[in-house]
Design a protein around this ligand. Sequence first.
Ligand code: MG
Ligand code: MG
Length: 257
Amino acid sequence: MIHYKTSEEVDIIKESADILGRAHGEVAKYVKEGVKTSFLDKIAEEYIRDHQGVPSFKGYNGFPAALCISVNEVVVHGFPSDYELKDGDIISVDCGVFHQGFHSDSAYTYPIGEVSPSVLALLKATKDSLYLGIEKAVFGNRLGDVGNTIQKFVEAKGYTVVRELVGHGIGRNLHESPEVPNYGKKGSGPLLKAGMVIAIEPMVNLGTRNIVQERDGWTIRTADRKPSAHYEHTVAIFEDKTEVLTTHKYIEENFKF
Ligand code: MG
Ligand code: MG
């Protein structure tokens, strides 16, 4: 069942998303070579708790941290750890905030130091595909229009789209209906209606689209161990507009490369 939100509820999600955006911005200050990914997690959790939020992911089905940190071939759901970021890595930082009964969710993939041009191009294409998808996430379209646009764009560049993991509705629960695939057919899937709030999150691989789960029960990596990129925003559909509720603004202000 899809939960349609009132504009008052969307306003609360926007507050949640503001805390989230600023938490990402704090993390961004420390994303560099030599930093342990567990330190980034600590920064995010402290910021969120100091600003009337609760980290959505911590404790979710037993997930141990505030951030999912996914380095290089890890697609999503990596654990923060003692791993120190090194020159040439890419790192996806995914975070959710729960505030006044509502969740928000967003992710960003950073390059660390000198990243190869082919991997930088993957990051750019994945981020661009998110915004192209959002352009199609408008009242009266169908979810297949969003997924089809993302898929076509990245596949035309020779990349692949992960199928097993998808975006999602979001609100009182971190993951709600509908599923938001990053692939699909134009004109297919659920109709986009006013009050829908969805997280759109392309996961795009440089090599094969196939993934495997590590034995920890969470970490998802590419089957061929080639890099994968991930960007995400939470958006609200209105009859006359679509609003991006989360922001990468504070990341891009604080992270220079
Ligand atoms: Mg996320
Ligand atoms: Mg999500």
